[in-house]
Design a protein around this ligand. Structure first.
Ligand code: B1M
Length: 224
């Protein structure tokens, strides 16, 4: 019988090697063994990503290898996402979510989407490399409660500040709460640009979103 440690090791190796088939295979083994899907992706998948990143920084890996690893992690996420659990919300809300313009790193954003959807929020996923005004237009059209932005690069983080500025210009900043996240995004920076919070990972994003939605509903009395 395969042990949990063998499953973890197999999954981590498959991500590092950029082996989609094995990543999906080990993910299926994890489901059969009733392991925690979220931990496998974020903790162990995260460990694998750190190895990949360090290989990239040491010039042992280049962009194509990193992309294969990202695809392998995504293959595991595809198998595991239906098994990720989050406490259900009692206050339904609409979340507009995307990765800022210029940035195609979407693995973290996809995890946030999975967890918020599992918690019962309606998530409008704008995808990656999202034109900044699209966040604002979609928030208006959908009467969103939360605008969530992800960025993985120092060059794309300033887009978050621009979106908050656009929300102000359009007169709807007080109608939505804004959360931001991604590797380089710190809480201090998030607050300095006028965001409401910066959940540090996808599972924390669920609790933060619940709290902000409750606060928002109280502030605005339920309607847009
Ligand atoms: Co690129 N990349 N990459 N990359 N890549 C980084 C980000 C980098 C730090 C690597 C490095 O130099 N060490 C660096 C950025 C440097 C910087 O700006 N300071 C970098 C670079 C430079 C680049 C290119 C420019 C490389 C090139 O072409 N020369 C290029 C840029 C392309 C572009 O975006 N325009 C590029 C391309 C790529 C790939 C396509 C090969 C691939 C992305 C594939 C994909 O995402 N579909 C890739 C990858 C995989 C990485 C690393 C190795 C891993 C990123 C990742 O997926 N992490 C990354 C190094 C690193 O981060 N250590 C790197 C796992 C993911 C689960 O974590 O997204 O942080 P993360 O999400 C977390 C939390 O942050 C949080 O929840 C998640 C966990 O639960 N979170 C949120 C995220 N979003 C949130 C939103 C929230 C709340 C929480 O609320 C809304």
């Amino acid at each position: 019988m395969v042990t949990e440690q063998e499953i973890v090791d197999g999954f981590v190796k498959a991500v590092i090697d950029g082996d989609e088939d094995h990543a999906a295979g080990w993910a299926k083994e994890a489901v059969t063994a009733n392991m925690d899907a979220y931990t496998l992706v974020t903790k162990h998948g995260g460990d694998a990503v750190s190895v990949v990143n360090s290989k990239y920084e040491k010039k042992e890996y280049f962009v194509p290898e990193v992309l294969c690893s990202a695809n392998a992690l995504n293959a595991g996420v595809a198998v595991l996402s239906p098994h990720m659990k989050a406490n259900k919300t009692t206050v339904p809300a609409v979340v507009v979510l995307g990765v800022c313009e210029g940035d195609i790193h979407d693995i973290g954003k996809n995890l946030v989407k999975i967890m918020l959807s599992a918690a019962g929020f309606k998530v409008i996923d704008l995808g990656r490399d999202v034109p900044l005004m699209k966040f604002v237009d979609t928030a208006k059209e959908s009467k969103a409660d939360i605008v969530g932005m992800s960025a993985l690069m120092s060059t794309t983080m300033p887009g978050m500040k621009k979106v908050i500025g656009f929300l102000q210009e359009q007169g709807i900043r007080n109608k939505v709460k804004v959360i931001v996240g991604g590797g380089p995004v710190t809480k201090d920076w998030a607050l300095s640009i006028g965001a409401d919070d910066r959940p540090h990972d996808a599972s924390v994003a669920v609790g933060v979103t619940k709290d902000l939605v409750e606060k928002l509903k109280k502030e605005r009395g339920q309607t847009w």
